[in-house]
Design a protein around this ligand. Structure first.
Ligand code: MZP
Length: 380
Protein backbone atom coordinates (compact mmCIF):
# COMPACT_ATOMS: atom_id res chain seq x y z
CA UNK A 1 0.00 0.00 0.00
CA UNK A 2 1.20 3.49 -0.75
CA UNK A 3 2.38 5.73 2.07
CA UNK A 4 0.29 8.80 2.83
CA UNK A 5 1.61 11.86 4.61
CA UNK A 6 -1.24 13.42 6.53
CA UNK A 7 0.25 16.92 6.80
CA UNK A 8 0.11 19.02 3.62
CA UNK A 9 3.51 20.15 2.43
CA UNK A 10 4.20 23.80 3.19
CA UNK A 11 6.06 26.59 1.53
CA UNK A 12 7.82 29.68 2.91
CA UNK A 13 4.87 32.03 2.43
CA UNK A 14 2.85 29.99 4.92
CA UNK A 15 5.12 31.01 7.80
CA UNK A 16 6.07 34.07 9.82
CA UNK A 17 8.84 34.51 12.34
CA UNK A 18 8.03 35.63 15.87
CA UNK A 19 10.46 38.15 17.34
CA UNK A 20 12.72 37.25 20.28
CA UNK A 21 14.39 39.56 22.76
CA UNK A 22 16.91 41.79 20.96
CA UNK A 23 19.85 42.53 23.20
CA UNK A 24 21.71 45.81 22.76
CA UNK A 25 24.72 44.16 21.15
CA UNK A 26 22.50 42.52 18.52
CA UNK A 27 22.86 45.13 15.79
CA UNK A 28 23.40 44.63 12.04
CA UNK A 29 27.13 45.42 12.22
CA UNK A 30 27.63 42.55 14.66
CA UNK A 31 25.93 39.96 12.50
CA UNK A 32 28.19 37.36 10.92
CA UNK A 33 26.70 35.51 7.94
CA UNK A 34 29.70 33.21 7.41
CA UNK A 35 28.59 29.67 6.62
CA UNK A 36 30.19 26.29 5.84
CA UNK A 37 29.95 24.88 2.32
CA UNK A 38 31.34 21.40 2.94
CA UNK A 39 31.10 18.59 5.47
CA UNK A 40 33.28 18.72 8.57
CA UNK A 41 33.93 16.74 11.75
CA UNK A 42 32.68 17.95 15.14
CA UNK A 43 35.19 20.33 16.70
CA UNK A 44 36.83 21.14 13.36
CA UNK A 45 36.13 23.96 10.91
CA UNK A 46 34.85 23.38 7.38
CA UNK A 47 37.70 23.58 4.84
CA UNK A 48 35.56 25.81 2.61
CA UNK A 49 33.15 28.49 3.75
CA UNK A 50 31.60 31.66 2.37
CA UNK A 51 30.91 35.01 4.02
CA UNK A 52 27.52 35.46 2.40
CA UNK A 53 25.15 32.45 2.36
CA UNK A 54 24.18 32.97 -1.29
CA UNK A 55 24.90 30.69 -4.25
CA UNK A 56 23.79 31.51 -7.78
CA UNK A 57 21.96 28.76 -9.61
CA UNK A 58 23.57 26.29 -12.01
CA UNK A 59 21.78 27.83 -14.97
CA UNK A 60 22.67 29.28 -18.37
CA UNK A 61 20.59 32.35 -17.58
CA UNK A 62 22.34 32.95 -14.26
CA UNK A 63 25.89 31.78 -13.64
CA UNK A 64 28.71 32.56 -16.04
CA UNK A 65 32.17 33.94 -15.21
CA UNK A 66 30.94 37.54 -14.95
CA UNK A 67 28.29 36.63 -12.38
CA UNK A 68 30.83 34.45 -10.56
CA UNK A 69 33.27 37.34 -10.20
CA UNK A 70 30.58 39.79 -9.05
CA UNK A 71 29.11 37.41 -6.49
CA UNK A 72 32.40 36.08 -5.11
CA UNK A 73 33.60 39.66 -4.67
CA UNK A 74 30.67 40.14 -2.29
CA UNK A 75 31.33 36.92 -0.36
CA UNK A 76 28.97 34.48 -2.09
CA UNK A 77 29.61 31.80 -4.70
CA UNK A 78 28.41 31.07 -8.22
CA UNK A 79 28.06 27.57 -9.63
CA UNK A 80 28.89 27.85 -13.32
CA UNK A 81 26.29 26.20 -15.52
CA UNK A 82 26.95 22.67 -16.70
CA UNK A 83 24.81 22.76 -19.84
CA UNK A 84 27.75 23.68 -22.06
CA UNK A 85 30.84 21.89 -23.37
CA UNK A 86 33.22 21.18 -20.47
CA UNK A 87 36.14 23.04 -22.09
CA UNK A 88 34.10 26.21 -22.19
CA UNK A 89 33.03 25.76 -18.58
CA UNK A 90 36.67 25.19 -17.58
CA UNK A 91 37.63 28.42 -19.41
CA UNK A 92 35.07 30.25 -17.28
CA UNK A 93 36.66 28.82 -14.13
CA UNK A 94 40.07 30.07 -15.31
CA UNK A 95 38.68 33.54 -16.00
CA UNK A 96 37.36 33.77 -12.43
CA UNK A 97 40.55 32.41 -10.86
CA UNK A 98 42.87 34.55 -13.07
CA UNK A 99 41.17 37.91 -12.55
CA UNK A 100 42.48 38.69 -9.20
CA UNK A 101 45.45 36.61 -8.05
CA UNK A 102 45.97 38.83 -4.98
CA UNK A 103 42.49 38.15 -3.62
CA UNK A 104 41.50 34.72 -4.98
CA UNK A 105 37.79 34.36 -5.64
CA UNK A 106 35.93 31.12 -4.95
CA UNK A 107 34.02 29.53 -7.77
CA UNK A 108 31.84 26.45 -8.08
CA UNK A 109 30.74 24.49 -11.11
CA UNK A 110 27.83 22.23 -11.94
CA UNK A 111 28.50 18.73 -13.25
CA UNK A 112 26.20 15.96 -14.41
CA UNK A 113 26.12 12.21 -13.86
CA UNK A 114 26.83 11.41 -17.53
CA UNK A 115 30.07 13.05 -18.70
CA UNK A 116 31.80 13.42 -15.30
CA UNK A 117 34.83 11.37 -16.34
CA UNK A 118 35.81 14.17 -18.76
CA UNK A 119 34.18 17.19 -17.16
CA UNK A 120 35.50 16.80 -13.60
CA UNK A 121 39.22 16.56 -14.54
CA UNK A 122 38.89 19.61 -16.83
CA UNK A 123 37.29 21.67 -14.06
CA UNK A 124 39.75 20.51 -11.40
CA UNK A 125 42.66 21.30 -13.71
CA UNK A 126 41.21 24.80 -14.22
CA UNK A 127 41.19 25.38 -10.44
CA UNK A 128 37.52 25.04 -9.48
CA UNK A 129 36.89 25.20 -5.71
CA UNK A 130 33.81 23.01 -5.49
CA UNK A 131 31.52 20.98 -7.73
CA UNK A 132 27.83 20.24 -7.54
CA UNK A 133 25.93 17.49 -9.32
CA UNK A 134 23.12 19.31 -11.07
CA UNK A 135 19.85 17.42 -11.22
CA UNK A 136 16.22 18.18 -10.49
CA UNK A 137 16.01 14.84 -8.62
CA UNK A 138 19.14 13.43 -7.01
CA UNK A 139 18.08 10.42 -4.95
CA UNK A 140 19.58 7.92 -7.37
CA UNK A 141 22.48 5.57 -8.07
CA UNK A 142 23.97 7.78 -10.81
CA UNK A 143 24.75 10.45 -8.23
CA UNK A 144 26.39 7.86 -5.95
CA UNK A 145 28.52 6.65 -8.87
CA UNK A 146 29.53 10.22 -9.74
CA UNK A 147 30.70 10.87 -6.17
CA UNK A 148 32.46 7.48 -6.15
CA UNK A 149 34.39 8.45 -9.29
CA UNK A 150 35.54 11.67 -7.62
CA UNK A 151 36.55 9.94 -4.37
CA UNK A 152 38.44 7.19 -6.20
CA UNK A 153 40.32 9.67 -8.30
CA UNK A 154 40.89 12.58 -5.91
CA UNK A 155 40.09 11.33 -2.38
CA UNK A 156 38.52 14.11 -0.34
CA UNK A 157 40.54 16.88 -1.99
CA UNK A 158 37.82 17.62 -4.55
CA UNK A 159 34.60 18.83 -2.94
CA UNK A 160 31.25 17.91 -4.41
CA UNK A 161 27.65 18.65 -3.48
CA UNK A 162 24.72 16.51 -4.60
CA UNK A 163 20.95 16.71 -4.95
CA UNK A 164 18.23 17.66 -5.16
CA UNK A 165 16.28 15.85 -2.48
CA UNK A 166 13.12 16.69 -0.52
CA UNK A 167 13.28 14.35 2.46
CA UNK A 168 15.34 12.42 4.95
CA UNK A 169 15.77 9.25 2.80
CA UNK A 170 17.34 11.21 -0.05
CA UNK A 171 19.57 13.15 2.33
CA UNK A 172 20.80 10.02 4.12
CA UNK A 173 21.50 8.28 0.81
CA UNK A 174 23.64 11.15 -0.50
CA UNK A 175 25.31 11.64 2.89
CA UNK A 176 26.34 7.96 2.90
CA UNK A 177 27.52 8.33 -0.72
CA UNK A 178 29.95 11.01 0.49
CA UNK A 179 28.35 14.28 -0.65
CA UNK A 180 30.02 17.37 0.82
CA UNK A 181 26.72 19.22 0.90
CA UNK A 182 23.18 18.31 -0.06
CA UNK A 183 20.83 20.50 -2.07
CA UNK A 184 17.13 20.57 -1.18
CA UNK A 185 14.15 21.40 -3.36
CA UNK A 186 12.08 19.96 -6.18
CA UNK A 187 9.61 21.94 -8.18
CA UNK A 188 9.67 25.24 -6.28
CA UNK A 189 11.76 27.18 -8.80
CA UNK A 190 10.14 30.29 -10.28
CA UNK A 191 10.33 28.99 -13.89
CA UNK A 192 9.88 25.33 -12.97
CA UNK A 193 6.97 23.19 -14.09
CA UNK A 194 8.29 19.85 -12.78
CA UNK A 195 5.39 19.43 -10.36
CA UNK A 196 2.88 20.16 -13.08
CA UNK A 197 4.61 17.95 -15.66
CA UNK A 198 5.71 14.97 -13.57
CA UNK A 199 3.77 15.30 -10.33
CA UNK A 200 6.80 15.08 -8.06
CA UNK A 201 8.06 17.55 -5.48
CA UNK A 202 7.31 18.95 -2.06
CA UNK A 203 6.62 22.37 -0.57
CA UNK A 204 10.03 23.95 0.00
CA UNK A 205 9.58 24.65 3.72
CA UNK A 206 8.46 21.08 4.48
CA UNK A 207 11.32 19.63 2.43
CA UNK A 208 13.85 21.77 4.24
CA UNK A 209 12.49 21.11 7.73
CA UNK A 210 12.57 17.35 7.10
CA UNK A 211 16.09 17.33 5.64
CA UNK A 212 17.44 19.65 8.36
CA UNK A 213 16.13 17.28 11.04
CA UNK A 214 17.81 14.33 9.28
CA UNK A 215 21.06 16.32 9.00
CA UNK A 216 21.02 17.14 12.73
CA UNK A 217 20.35 13.49 13.64
CA UNK A 218 23.15 12.41 11.30
CA UNK A 219 25.48 14.88 13.03
CA UNK A 220 24.57 13.53 16.47
CA UNK A 221 25.08 9.96 15.33
CA UNK A 222 28.28 10.37 13.30
CA UNK A 223 29.90 13.64 14.45
CA UNK A 224 29.91 14.66 10.78
CA UNK A 225 28.07 17.84 9.87
CA UNK A 226 26.77 18.11 6.32
CA UNK A 227 25.66 21.57 5.15
CA UNK A 228 22.38 21.79 3.29
CA UNK A 229 21.41 24.29 0.61
CA UNK A 230 17.84 25.46 0.04
CA UNK A 231 17.46 25.64 -3.73
CA UNK A 232 14.69 27.49 -5.56
CA UNK A 233 11.49 29.25 -4.63
CA UNK A 234 12.96 32.32 -2.92
CA UNK A 235 10.33 34.86 -3.98
CA UNK A 236 10.87 37.45 -1.22
CA UNK A 237 14.04 38.52 0.57
CA UNK A 238 12.63 37.35 3.90
CA UNK A 239 12.30 33.82 2.48
CA UNK A 240 16.09 33.70 2.69
CA UNK A 241 15.93 34.21 6.48
CA UNK A 242 13.21 31.58 6.68
CA UNK A 243 15.35 29.09 4.78
CA UNK A 244 18.34 29.78 7.02
CA UNK A 245 16.20 29.63 10.17
CA UNK A 246 14.70 26.31 9.06
CA UNK A 247 18.16 24.79 8.83
CA UNK A 248 19.72 25.71 5.48
CA UNK A 249 23.36 26.76 5.61
CA UNK A 250 23.05 28.66 2.37
CA UNK A 251 20.50 29.29 -0.36
CA UNK A 252 20.74 28.86 -4.11
CA UNK A 253 18.83 31.35 -6.23
CA UNK A 254 18.16 31.71 -9.93
CA UNK A 255 15.52 34.36 -10.56
CA UNK A 256 17.04 36.57 -7.86
CA UNK A 257 20.38 36.80 -9.71
CA UNK A 258 19.08 36.61 -13.27
CA UNK A 259 17.49 40.07 -12.76
CA UNK A 260 20.86 41.77 -12.38
CA UNK A 261 23.01 43.49 -15.01
CA UNK A 262 25.73 40.89 -14.39
CA UNK A 263 23.61 37.90 -15.45
CA UNK A 264 24.43 36.45 -18.88
CA UNK A 265 21.07 37.18 -20.49
CA UNK A 266 19.69 39.90 -22.74
CA UNK A 267 18.10 43.00 -21.26
CA UNK A 268 15.00 43.74 -23.34
CA UNK A 269 12.47 46.58 -23.46
CA UNK A 270 8.98 45.13 -23.00
CA UNK A 271 6.24 47.78 -23.17
CA UNK A 272 7.21 50.38 -20.59
CA UNK A 273 9.65 48.29 -18.60
CA UNK A 274 13.09 46.72 -18.90
CA UNK A 275 13.17 42.97 -18.43
CA UNK A 276 15.79 40.22 -18.54
CA UNK A 277 15.38 36.84 -20.19
CA UNK A 278 15.21 33.84 -17.89
CA UNK A 279 14.80 30.17 -18.77
CA UNK A 280 14.93 26.86 -16.90
CA UNK A 281 17.59 24.22 -17.40
CA UNK A 282 14.77 21.79 -18.17
CA UNK A 283 13.49 23.93 -21.03
CA UNK A 284 14.20 23.16 -24.67
CA UNK A 285 16.14 26.39 -24.88
CA UNK A 286 18.68 25.22 -22.28
CA UNK A 287 18.86 21.67 -23.56
CA UNK A 288 19.53 22.76 -27.15
CA UNK A 289 23.30 22.92 -26.61
CA UNK A 290 23.40 19.13 -26.48
CA UNK A 291 21.99 18.94 -29.98
CA UNK A 292 25.08 20.67 -31.26
CA UNK A 293 27.69 19.33 -28.87
CA UNK A 294 26.57 15.83 -27.99
CA UNK A 295 25.81 14.37 -31.36
CA UNK A 296 22.33 15.49 -32.23
CA UNK A 297 20.08 14.47 -29.34
CA UNK A 298 16.58 15.34 -30.47
CA UNK A 299 14.17 17.76 -28.86
CA UNK A 300 12.95 16.89 -25.37
CA UNK A 301 9.79 14.88 -25.26
CA UNK A 302 8.54 17.21 -22.58
CA UNK A 303 9.85 20.29 -20.83
CA UNK A 304 10.26 20.82 -17.09
CA UNK A 305 11.02 24.52 -17.27
CA UNK A 306 9.79 27.56 -19.14
CA UNK A 307 11.41 30.38 -21.09
CA UNK A 308 10.24 33.73 -19.66
CA UNK A 309 11.08 37.33 -18.70
CA UNK A 310 11.65 38.88 -15.29
CA UNK A 311 11.89 42.58 -14.37
CA UNK A 312 15.43 43.93 -14.66
CA UNK A 313 16.62 45.45 -11.37
CA UNK A 314 20.07 46.91 -12.11
CA UNK A 315 23.46 46.06 -10.66
CA UNK A 316 24.10 43.18 -8.25
CA UNK A 317 25.92 45.28 -5.64
CA UNK A 318 23.00 47.65 -4.98
CA UNK A 319 20.40 44.88 -4.81
CA UNK A 320 22.56 42.65 -2.63
CA UNK A 321 23.10 45.47 -0.16
CA UNK A 322 19.35 45.93 0.28
CA UNK A 323 18.72 42.20 0.68
CA UNK A 324 21.50 41.78 3.22
CA UNK A 325 20.23 44.78 5.21
CA UNK A 326 16.80 43.20 5.38
CA UNK A 327 18.20 39.80 6.42
CA UNK A 328 20.30 41.34 9.18
CA UNK A 329 17.38 43.41 10.39
CA UNK A 330 15.16 40.33 10.68
CA UNK A 331 17.94 38.44 12.44
CA UNK A 332 18.25 41.29 14.97
CA UNK A 333 14.50 41.00 15.62
CA UNK A 334 15.05 37.29 16.26
CA UNK A 335 17.97 38.04 18.58
CA UNK A 336 20.42 36.09 16.40
CA UNK A 337 23.92 37.24 15.48
CA UNK A 338 24.82 34.23 13.35
CA UNK A 339 23.08 31.65 11.18
CA UNK A 340 23.58 28.89 13.74
CA UNK A 341 22.11 31.12 16.47
CA UNK A 342 19.14 31.84 14.20
CA UNK A 343 18.62 28.10 13.72
CA UNK A 344 18.53 27.58 17.48
CA UNK A 345 16.32 30.53 18.30
CA UNK A 346 13.93 30.92 15.36
CA UNK A 347 10.24 30.55 16.26
CA UNK A 348 7.98 30.03 13.25
CA UNK A 349 4.22 30.28 13.18
CA UNK A 350 1.97 29.07 10.40
CA UNK A 351 -0.25 31.81 9.00
CA UNK A 352 -3.88 31.67 8.01
CA UNK A 353 -4.91 33.08 4.65
CA UNK A 354 -6.42 36.12 6.41
CA UNK A 355 -3.24 36.73 8.41
CA UNK A 356 -1.36 36.62 5.13
CA UNK A 357 -3.67 39.22 3.58
CA UNK A 358 -3.43 41.39 6.71
CA UNK A 359 0.34 41.55 6.16
CA UNK A 360 -0.01 43.41 2.87
CA UNK A 361 -1.13 47.05 2.59
CA UNK A 362 -4.91 47.06 2.96
CA UNK A 363 -7.86 49.46 3.32
CA UNK A 364 -5.86 52.28 1.73
CA UNK A 365 -5.78 53.84 -1.74
CA UNK A 366 -2.48 52.94 -3.38
CA UNK A 367 -0.98 56.02 -5.06
CA UNK A 368 0.80 54.08 -7.81
CA UNK A 369 -2.50 52.51 -8.85
CA UNK A 370 -4.25 55.85 -9.38
CA UNK A 371 -5.00 56.77 -13.02
CA UNK A 372 -2.76 59.49 -14.45
CA UNK A 373 -4.03 62.70 -16.11
CA UNK A 374 -4.20 61.03 -19.55
CA UNK A 375 -6.15 58.14 -18.08
CA UNK A 376 -3.29 55.68 -18.40
CA UNK A 377 -2.28 53.87 -15.25
CA UNK A 378 1.16 54.83 -13.95
CA UNK A 379 3.53 51.82 -13.94
CA UNK A 380 5.13 53.11 -10.71
P1 MZP B 1 14.42 30.21 -8.58
O1 MZP B 1 15.50 30.81 -7.71
O2 MZP B 1 14.35 30.87 -9.91
O3 MZP B 1 13.09 30.14 -7.90
O4 MZP B 1 14.83 28.69 -8.81
C1 MZP B 1 16.11 28.33 -9.26
C2 MZP B 1 16.27 26.83 -9.20
O5 MZP B 1 15.26 26.17 -10.01
C3 MZP B 1 17.57 26.26 -9.73
O6 MZP B 1 18.63 26.38 -8.83
C4 MZP B 1 17.23 24.81 -10.03
O7 MZP B 1 17.30 23.99 -8.90
C5 MZP B 1 15.78 24.91 -10.44
N1 MZP B 1 15.60 24.79 -11.89
C6 MZP B 1 16.40 25.17 -12.90
N2 MZP B 1 15.84 24.86 -14.09
C7 MZP B 1 14.67 24.28 -13.82
C8 MZP B 1 13.70 23.80 -14.80
O8 MZP B 1 13.88 23.97 -15.99
C9 MZP B 1 14.52 24.24 -12.43
N3 MZP B 1 12.64 23.21 -14.33
O9 MZP B 1 13.57 23.78 -11.77
Amino acid sequence: MATYYQEPSRTFSEYLLLPNLTTKDCVPDHIDLTTPLVRYRRGEAASLSIKLPFASAIMQAVSDDRMAIALATHGGIAFLYASQPFNRQADMVRKVKDVNPTQPLVVGAGINSRDYAERVPALVEAGVDILCIDSSEGYNEWQRETIEFIRNRYGNSVKVGAGNVVGREGFLYLAAAGADFVKVGIGGGSMCITRETKGIGRGQASALIDVAAARDEYYDATDTYIPICSDGGIAQDHHIVFALGMGANFVMMGRYFARFDESPTQKVRLGDQWVKEYWGEGSNRARNWQRYHEGGASRLEFEEGIDCYIPSTGPLAKNLQTTVSKIKSTMCNCGAKSISELQEKARFTLVSQLTYLEGDAHDVILKHELPTADGVRDAG
